[in-house]
Design a binder for this molecule. Structure first.
Ligand code: KG4
Ligand code: ZN
Length: 360
């Protein structure tokens, strides 16, 4: 059995949702390969991820993707010192495919298995791109499944200060795109079209939590968009290309502005309330051009860095799993081979009381 100190080259495996991915990363920093196979085509016709199709597709692809990651890194499986795998949160069947592959490699090669929390890996993707943040830091994970804000007094320490009460931000994008017949996933197409519209024509009121918490909510916004389409049903008819439909462009611009405002207000509030030296934003929605521009302005206004991961580490990828895996191995040690999938794994959700100061 190799020892932890040997663990230079980590093979990372990610299969929690609709990306099958494998990567090789040296000492948590140097990415030798990061292969991502997206299943978007498989799920597009259903307008969202179909769990059974996702697991089946992962099972078909995983060996091939791991082989490609090793080949692109210019190594063989014998060179790998440890294998890191996402064990939650995510879809149970999808997670089990990655776990089975990782366990069989760890067992047959006699190398450590490392269990990685997918959300912690998204947070870490910012450091994989920019190096260690300045702490205390604020980290927002904003994706199709999650919208959570963490306060980090120190590196690898998390306090959950806000999360969504209903839909995740990316889910709101996907549902609005589905309603308007713009396909799946909704984020990239709405982001592109929103930039062409006038955000002032429609107005969506900001959400405020009655208990004073900084929690997010996006389902009301989705309903507000639905109500606009009920009042103006022609928004659902595609007589011209979406790019040429001014009403549609204005509606999307207002929707995107409302999502970004919701995020900006939460982040600015925490920056004012607490000692925050830097902010990291990760997950699929961190691709959003409008969000990046708004955060650039906020960064200037508040005089602190607001950082995003590089494109390749923004959405689901195994590079971030292998990179964080190296740190997890040093800090927390290897996982037993009995490691199971935890679909509802929740990073730092033991501090519920702190999130509801007025009720607690
Ligand atoms: O991180 P990710 O790949 O998977 C999850 O863990 O959910 O995020 C996918 C989500 C989808 O909801 C997609 O619509 C959204 O990220 N997304 C975007 C953009 N690109 C992807 N949302 C807004 N603007 C974008 N440019
Ligand atoms: Zn993700």
């Amino acid at each position: 059995m190799k020892t932890i100190n040997d663990s230079d080259l980590i093979l990372g495996i990610e299969s929690s949702c609709d990306e099958t991915s494998a990567a090789v990363v040296r000492r948590g920093e140097e990415v030798l390969s990061n292969v991502v196979h997206s299943q978007i085509d498989v799920h597009a016709e259903w307008g969202g991820v179909v769990p059974e199709l996702a697991s089946r597709h992962h099972a078909e692809q995983i060996d091939l993707i791991i082989g490609l990651a090793l080949e692109r890194a210019g190594i063989t499986i014998k060179d790998i010192d440890a294998v890191a795998v996402t064990y939650g949160p995510g879809l149970i069947g999808a997670l089990l495919v990655g776990l089975a592959a990782a366990k069989s490699i760890a067992l047959t090669r006699g190398i450590p298995l490392v269990g990685v929390d997918h959300i912690e890996a998204h947070i870490h993707s910012v450091e994989l791109t920019h190096g260690p943040l300045e702490y205390p830091a604020l980290s927002l994970v904003v994706s199709g499944g999650h919208t959570s804000l963490f306060y980090q007094r120190e590196r690898f320490e998390y306090e959950l200060i806000a999360r969504t009460r209903d839909d995740a931000a990316g889910e709101a994008y996907d549902k609005v795109a589905k309603l308007l017949g713009l396909g799946y996933p909704g984020g990239p197409v709405i982001d592109r079209l929103a930039g062409l519209g006038d955000p002032k024509r429609y107005h969506f009121s900001p959400v405020r939590m009655s208990d004073g918490s900084a929690d997010f909510s996006f389902s009301g916004l989705k309903t507000a968009v639905l109500n606009v389409t009920r009042a103006e049903p022609e928004l659902l008819e595609r007589k011209v290309k979406p790019e040429e439909d001014e009403d549609l462009l204005d509606l999307l611009a207002a929707f995107q502005t409302a999502v970004i405002d919701e995020i900006r207000r939460r982040i600015e509030r925490i920056i004012k309330e607490r000692d925050v030296r830097s902010v990291g934003i990760s997950g699929g929605v961190a691709h959003n051009k409008g969000l990046r521009a708004a955060m650039g302005k906020l960064s200037e206004k508040r005089g602190l860095p607001i950082l995003f991961p590089d494109g390749g580490y923004t959405a689901d990828n195994a590079g971030m799993i292998a990179a964080l895996g190296w740190h997890v191995l040093q800090l927390r040690g290897p996982a037993p081979l009995s490691l199971n999938a935890v679909p509802n794994l929740k990073l730092a959700e033991d501090n519920e009381a702190k999130r509801h100061p007025r009720s607690g």
